[in-house]
Every structure is written in C-alpha cells, then in structure tokens.
Design a protein. Structure first.
Length: 166
C-alpha cells in the first residue's frame, strides 16, 4: 500500500512537471502523455511525433526522411544526448505505438482550446509544412510522385487535430 502511494505521488509530480512544461492543465491529457512515456525532460520530442508517423506511413523510414526529421529536430533546438533526442532516435529505429499519435492529437486539441486562433493557424501551418517536407523527402515511387496515399492519410489525420473552439 505504501508502494502504491509512492507511485501515485511520483505520477502526480510527473503530471505537475508536464503541466509546467506544456502549459496544458487538462489532467486526462497530461496522464495520457505520461502514459506514453513523456516527461518534462523529453517534451521537445513531442513536436516531432507527426513527422515520425508521416515517415513511418509506408512502414519504413527512408534515409532522406530520417535526415529531414533530424533537421527538424535541430531547428526545434533538440540537443544530442538529451532525453528528447534519445526518444526521437528510438522512434526512428522502432515504430512507436499508434496510441502515441493519439496522445499527440489530444495534446494539440487541448492547445487549440487555450491558444488564440492566429497561433493555432501558425502552429498548424508549421507542423504540416514539416510533415510535407518529410513526406516528399523520399520522392515517392522511383523518385516520382512526392507524397504517397498512406502519407496523405496520415497528413489528413494530423491536420484534423487542429480544432478551434468557437
């Protein structure tokens, strides 16, 4: 019973740190992020989740897609040898659980409830541009065609996360 209490206290402390790092205060969303192994120390990797899923749409991360993701990570300020970088590398090596994308979508939904519409539009444009860069990096079939049907489906799923509250 004491061990369960300690676990609960550690979990609550993790949720509070995530709340401070993300600006989100919805307990359910924070719990979902915590369950997906996000900690305040690895929160920078959260912004790269859509790129991972676009790259993995066809089940294999091409070298050019990987390079595009690593470039985006550098632009986000993700430093090597950090928990966020280690998390990103693990996603490049092994496909993350599909629930990770859903946790990201819930995070974005919550942000959309808290941010001004202009910021939401800027964030959406930024994320979708990066996703398209990753999708186009491999060049489609034999270097032609750009974005595959699978990638378009994931892009649509990512785009639908950006809802605005009237």
């Amino acid at each position: 019973m004491i061990e369960q209490l300690r676990q609960h206290e550690q979990e609550e402390a993790g949720i509070q740190k995530l709340a401070a790092a993300t600006g989100i205060h919805n307990h359910d969303v924070l719990q979902e992020l915590l369950n997906a192994n996000f900690r305040a120390e690895s929160i920078v990797a959260l912004s790269l989740i859509p790129l991972i899923f676009v790259a993995r749409a066809d089940k294999v991360v091409d070298d050019k897609e990987q390079d595009a993701i690593l470039d985006a990570a550098i632009e986000e300020g993700l430093e090597p040898d950090t928990p966020s970088h280690e998390l990103l590398i693990s996603w490049l090596m092994k496909a993350p659980d599909p629930e990770l994308l859903e946790a990201w979508r819930h995070y974005i939904n919550q942000l959309c409830k808290e941010l001004p519409k202009e910021k939401i539009a800027d964030m959406q444009q930024h994320i979708l541009e990066r996703c398209r860069t990753v999708a186009e990096a491999a060049g489609g079939f034999l270097g032609r065609g750009g974005i595959s049907d699978e990638e378009r489906k994931i892009l649509g799923h990512i785009e639908s996360a950006f809802v605005t509250v009237e």
